[in-house]
Ligand binder design. Structure first.
Ligand SMILES: Nc1ncnc2c1ncn2[C@@H]1O[C@H](COP(=O)(O)OP(=O)(O)OP(=O)(O)O)[C@@H](O)[C@H]1O
Length: 203
């Protein structure tokens, strides 16, 4: 279980973006999170993935101290794949960061073999996002946070990616938080849906 207790964060001292979030995510559970622009959803996602340190509260993953040493079992896939990929690496090398990867899963995500030899600048944002997903789903990964990951894709590509990801989430019993402004997408993909305002207000 991924557990968040009494979480608070400020970019400027004393100006809380949120200051008392309580949240939990079970293995195999897919939870949707929506909310107005600028309320703090991405900030919350970055803290859970260990990119930002909270100013208050704590996170535990399967009862263990967080963030752990070594590879993080909580992986974030964000809105801007190009920002998280080394521009000087070919895609094959980018993928190797996650250790072993399954060719079957790459095919399901619609990753073409031919793309493996390209540099990130030679792929579209949607194609890059598929690599970010494949890289995030390494063997050690137990929880995934998907922050507006398919916003840049057309309906067919969105459906293909969600089908592949949800199947893997089910097979591996990963916990997944899906952040999106698109309520219909959340209704289709998630077991339960929370509003960020509710998450902050309920605490
Ligand atoms: N590095 C930063 N320094 C200062 N303020 C920041 C920084 N990053 C974000 N903010 C502010 O923190 C608030 C929350 O931003 P955040 O990106 O978490 O919102 P969000 O809910 O994810 O928005 P959106 O739905 O538009 O992506 C916003 O008011 C934003 O301007």
């Amino acid at each position: 279980m991924l557990t968040v207790k009494n979480l608070g964060f400020c970019y400027q001292p004393g100006q809380w973006i949120f200051n008392k979030i309580e949240f939990s995510l079970k293995p195999g559970e897919v939870v949707g999170l929506f909310g107005q622009s600028g309320v703090g959803k991405t900030t919350f996602a970055k803290i859970m993935a260990g990119y930002l340190k909270p100013d208050k509260g704590w996170i535990a993953v399967d009862g263990k101290a967080y963030p752990p040493k070594g590879r993080n079992p909580v992986q974030l896939i964000g809105q801007h794949p190009e920002k998280t990929i080394n521009p000087h690496w070919r895609m094959k090398q980018v993928l190797s960061e996650s250790g072993e990867y399954s060719n079957k899963f790459l095919r399901k995500l619609g990753i073409s073999k031919e793309w493996m030899h390209r540099f990130p600048s030679q792929l579209s944002a949607g194609e890059l996002q598929r690599f970010c997903l494949a890289r995030a789903i390494a063997l050690e990964t137990k929880y995934l946070i998907a922050d507006e990951i398919t916003t840049m894709l057309d309906a067919i590509a969105q459906a293909q990616i969600w089908q592949a990801v949800l199947q893997l989430v089910q097979q591996r019993q990963l916990g997944m938080l899906v952040i999106s402004h698109e309520l219909p997408l959340l209704k289709q993909t998630c077991h339960r849906i929370l509003s960020f305002e509710e998450l902050v207000g309920n605490s």
